[in-house]
Design a protein around this ligand. Structure first.
Ligand SMILES: [Zn+2]
Length: 505
């Protein structure tokens, strides 16, 4: 071997040693995460996005013109961030609704004004309102109230929670029964319903919380929500056996037929498995008593800011990250249900949905939506974030937001649970405004969201595959949620042999 040949061998040996010294793939993911965290922390547009949504668009009730404007805003912003395949995916709301005037007062025993707002998708009193005596109905015994609906003819119903729930009745079951009750008393000639929070007491400080009374359901009977203080006053009168006469005037409007709405979708296509998808999102629609900054402008701003940070990093993950701003969440998760339906043929290629919709606080727990099998592999990632925040990992199932349709489809619908002590005041109320949101917390939550999405999308091994319905049903059963999803009609896969009393649900 000549000297020249020897040196060539030496070069080749050195060269062949290089791959062993180069960063293994997991380190490449880590370096990308570091870059994303840097952009997300030092150049966060999140609070600017939230300010635009609050100040330029404002309340955005699904199916309303401002909600349409919000969809256009989302599309334009996704394009300016540099997302690809940006589009509006339309779906139809069964009926639109507009809030009008609302006022109420106690006429006797002691006259005073009440603070009231109509619940969404409920009806109107005759113009000018009605005066009538209150008649109580107990949310813990709606069956009895339905049976004796005729006692409410000509009365204003005061819905309250008295005594203890009977048997295994829970809030989900009550929610299921409420519709039947409202139809029965309306049919029987009741004039209106007044209550706090579905019969329970709301959080106080003079705040009224609006909301929906069922999944994609409207009611002809006028239904007014009171604040905690007013509800307490009426309760004390009734418990003292006093006759309470009330004036109530609620004016609302329904559209004649269905109205169009749309989820806003944009992607960072995967570099190796573009067909495999991680959904990241929040809901664009809000209630209409304020700007919806915490419910869920916060989640929308976090979603868009997480997209911005990943795009700015210039690194494409192995799999596709699909950013989705859902609409119709407040009317019964309608946008996310439409998404799962419209993408049914793709669901086997979905890995997870990461949703932020618990208010304005810092993320404190990754709730993996019943997928106990994924907790162990997720924990090291959560540990890697401890410099940002100590975030727990659990398999808890959150069904009260857009995680639910994904969980029911067998996927980890990952709820980024937040420590939001003030959310109980702001959500669905007039206090849901930009004042309640903090820029540093929002940027931090957007960072957690971006890192979570990228980590799942860029793993060498696929993070998850959907569970078959029987496995999901078992997980729901074990968490005591199966009866609830059944009662409100969300479970569409049959009983799967799991029901205690087949045929009774
Ligand atoms: Zn929400």
């Amino acid at each position: 071997m000549s000297l020249r040949q020897l040196s060539l061998v030496a070069i080749l040996l050195t060269a062949s040693a290089i791959p062993a010294l180069a960063a293994p793939p997991d380190d490449a993911t880590k370096l990308a995460l570091i870059k994303i965290a840097g952009y997300s922390t030092l150049e966060s547009p999140a609070f600017n996005y939230l300010t635009q949504l609050s100040d330029d668009i404002g309340p955005r009730l699904t199916g309303s013109p401002p909600a349409e404007k919000a969809v256009d805003w989302g599309l334009a912003l996704m394009k300016s961030i540099g997302l690809q395949n940006v589009r509006a995916e339309t779906w139809h709301l069964w009926k639109g609704w507009t809030r009008g005037a609302a006022e109420a007062s106690i006429l006797s025993p002691v006259p005073r004004k009440l603070t009231v707002a109509a619940m969404g998708w409920t009806g109107s009193t005759p113009p000018g309102g009605v005066d009538a005596d209150l008649a109580a109905a107990n949310v813990f015994d709606l069956e009895d109230a339905i049976k004796n609906a005729s006692q409410y003819r000509g009365k204003i119903i005061f819905l309250w929670a008295q005594g203890r729930p009977k048997g295994n009745i829970n809030i989900g079951i009550i929610f299921g029964q409420l519709g039947e009750f409202l139809r029965a008393v309306h049919h029987a000639g009741a004039l209106a319903v007044l209550t706090g929070d579905y019969g329970f007491k709301p959080e106080g400080l003079g705040l009224v919380h609006t909301g929906i009374l069922g999944f994609a359901t409207d009611f002809a009977i006028p239904f007014g929500e009171l604040d905690r203080e007013d509800q307490g006053q009426l309760e004390r009168y009734l418990l003292a056996g006093k006759t309470v006469r009330v004036h109530i005037n609620l004016q609302n409007q329904f559209t004649v037929g269905p109205v169009e709405s749309a989820n806003v979708v944009g992607e960072i296509p995967g570099r190796e498995h573009p067909e495999q998808i991680i959904v990241v999102g929040g809901h664009l629609d809000s209630w209409d008593l304020s700007e919806g900054a915490t419910d869920n402008g916060f989640g929308v701003a976090a979603t868009l800011a997480s997209a911005d940070a990943i795009v700015k990093s210039g690194i494409r993950p192995r799999r596709t990250i699909r950013f989705v701003l859902f609409t119709g969440e407040e009317q019964g998760l309608l946008g996310s249900l439409a998404y799962v339906k419209q993408h049914a043929s793709e669901m086997q290629n979905h890995l997870a949905a990461v949703i932020l919709d618990n208010g304005q606080g810092p993320v404190r727990e990754f709730q993996l939506g019943g997928r106990s099998d994924l907790v162990e592999s997720f924990e090291p990632f959560a540990d890697s974030l401890r410099g940002i925040r100590d975030i727990k990992v659990s398999d808890k199932i959150e069904l009260e937001t857009d995680t639910a349709p994904f969980i029911l489809a067998g996927l980890p619908g990952i709820n980024l649970d937040q420590d939001s002590t003030e959310y109980k005041y702001t959500h669905h109320s007039a206090a849901d405004a930009l004042e309640a949101a903090k820029p540093d917390v929002l940027a931090q939550d957007a960072t957690v969201m971006a890192l979570t999405a990228y980590w799942i999308a860029d793993r060498q091994d696929r993070f998850s595959t959907p569970w078959p319905p029987d496995k999901t049903a078992r997980a729901l059963r074990e968490s005591g949620l199966y009866d609830m999803v059944h009662a409100i009609g969300l479970w569409t896969f049959g009983d799967l042999g799991l029901s205690d009393s087949p045929g009774t649900n």
